[in-house]
Write a protein that binds this ligand. Structure first.
Ligand SMILES: Cc1cc2nc3c(=O)[nH]c(=O)nc-3n(C[C@H](O)[C@H](O)[C@H](O)COP(=O)(O)O)c2cc1C
Length: 472
């Protein structure tokens, strides 16, 4: 398979795997960032509202470990102006390589960071916000679906948001929200991302600074045990929603907040933790941990053990590679096995056949974009379910192969408006027509394989509709 890391994002970040640790406040400290970097990924220190002294200490620790490619997350909208100013001065003085920002778009801050040579990443929850962030100067966009753990910016499921964002901006896009498996990685790449962001999956890592209570609650949770709520809000702009594990607090059993009254339920390094605050329990937290915000994304049901960050990344990449390999050699595709879809490089030369490579690549890119657009309209129905539908997970290895053969351009052809009128049957027909016009080889194999997957397993109605059309 074409190297998963062979994309502009990995070159920009300087990592060898397209997997990024979210800048989780409190949880993503230097120990976890270093472990992710050592495993080939890229990590952000979660430094929201942290003191300049802690930021400097954590950056120093990373540098002493020899990690020089990392980032820092801060959130202007959730930080008082004095502290924010001191945080920014610290980041500039430390010359950190990258900063990721979240919530309201702060154009002046983006400019300042860029002028200092810092790579700016913005996490967004809508297409409009992605466009604004790019216009402000962000060099990478994180499309955060509503399946994400922690603070959730938008209301759109990732399967819909990701291809739309990838089509609307020029800069590389990362997918975030409920991701935890190799299948999720392939699905995200096939829908326009150049990598994935992991929060919850790495919150459960040995090296994360989360309290064991939180980690064990993640292990015990099933898919569907999370919910979006405004219950945990102290310290944040009004109306901000978080995704957490359901608990007595979210069920209203700890009562409602009384204006002006703060109930202390714990302590974090000498700082009181209040009921309904956004603080989640850390290694250094004591008190009523179960009543704190137990952040979790909708992928939580796939987390079964507390493992090292390396084991988590290795597992995701191995699973992704296995999926691609088995797609290329599945019995249904055996007839085509001699020209594996895995060899993305094959498109380089000029075809002797009916269509030349450039035209065939263009057509394939349009088809891949149209398929992504159809999938974008069919996200999982349950808002608390993992982000990708079973049909998206089924189709994505083949869609990714097609995308790579088309030169990785698929999602960029999706620029808005999307293509709402394309039906699965239309698509299957278009794939059939194109495969008849390209010579034997990797591209034809990918097209045939994709079409049969569409008709056989995913959308049998597409095949029926086609046959009916052919018969009339
Ligand atoms: C415990 C926790 C803390 C988080 N804190 C932050 C934060 O401080 N800043 C931020 O930009 N995003 C934060 N997020 C959101 C992540 O950036 C990301 O969108 C999310 O983790 C992705 O979904 P997932 O948790 O299902 O992987 C947090 C998420 C979690 C789970």
């Amino acid at each position: 398979m074409k190297d998963l890391a062979d994309n502009p994002l990995c070159h920009m970040l300087g990592c060898s795997r397209p997997i990024v640790l979210a800048g989780m406040g409190g949880v993503a400290r230097s120990e976890l960032v270093a472990a992710v970097a050592a495993a080939g990924g890229f990590g952000f220190l979660g430094m929201v509202r942290e003191s300049p002294e802690l930021i400097a200490a954590e950056v120093g620790r990373l540098r002493r470990l020899g990690i020089d490619r990392f980032g820092v997350n801060i959130i202007p909208a959730a930080t008082g102006s004095d502290l924010l100013a001191r945080q920014v001065e610290t980041l500039l003085a430390l010359r950190v390589p990258a900063v990721t920002l979240f919530w309201d778009i702060d154009t002046r801050l983006v400019r300042r960071l860029r002028e200092a040579g810092i790579l700016v990443v913005y996490q967004v929850g809508s297409v409009a916000e992605a466009v604004d962030a790019e216009r402000a100067g962000a060099q990478v966009i994180i499309a955060q679906g509503c399946e994400a753990g922690g603070h959730v910016r938008g209301a759109t499921p990732l399967q819909s948001l990701l291809p739309a964002v990838a089509g609307a901006v020029q800069v590389p896009v990362l997918a975030a929200g409920g991701l935890s498996t190799g299948g999720d990685l392939i699905a995200a790449l096939s829908l326009g991302a150049e990598g994935i962001v992991l929060g919850t999956a790495l919150l459960a890592a040995e090296e994360s600074f989360a309290h064991d209570h939180h980690k064990h609650r993640l292990l015990a949770a099933k898919a569907g045990d999370t919910l979006l709520t405004e219950t945990f809000h102290i310290n944040w702009p009004h109306g901000a929603r978080v995704r957490v594990l359901a608990s007595a607090v979210t069920a209203g059993k700890r009562g409602r907040e009384v204006e002006g009254e703060r109930v202390v339920i714990g302590d974090e390094d000498g700082r009181p933790i209040y009921l309904f605050s956004t603080d989640s329990p850390l290694r250094s937290t004591t008190g009523d941990l179960e009543s704190m915000a137990l952040y979790a994304g909708t992928g939580v049901g796939m987390i079964h053990a507390i493992r090292s960050a390396r084991a988590i990344l290795d597992g995701i990449v191995a699973e992704a590679e296995q999926l691609i390999a088995s797609t290329c050699t599945s019995p249904d595709d055996a007839a085509e096995a001699s020209s594996s879809v895995c060899y993305a490089g094959e498109m380089g030369g000029t075809y002797m056949g009916m269509m030349d490579a450039a035209a065939a690549g263009d057509e394939a890119a349009k088809l891949a974009g149209a398929l992504a657009a159809v999938l974008a309209q069919r996200p999982p129905r349950d808002a608390n379910a993992p982000p990708f539908s079973s049909e998206a997970l089924d189709l994505s290895p083949r869609l990714l192969a097609l995308t790579l053969l088309a030169g990785g351009r698929q999602a960029r052809t999706l620029s808005p408006p999307m293509q709402p009128d394309v039906s699965p049957a239309d698509l299957s027909g278009r794939i059939g027509l194109l495969s008849a016009r390209v010579p034997e080889g990797a591209l034809r194999t990918a097209l045939v394989s994709l079409r049969s997957a569409l008709e056989r397993t995913v959308w049998p109605d597409a095949g029926t509709a086609l046959r009916q059309t052919a018969e009339t």
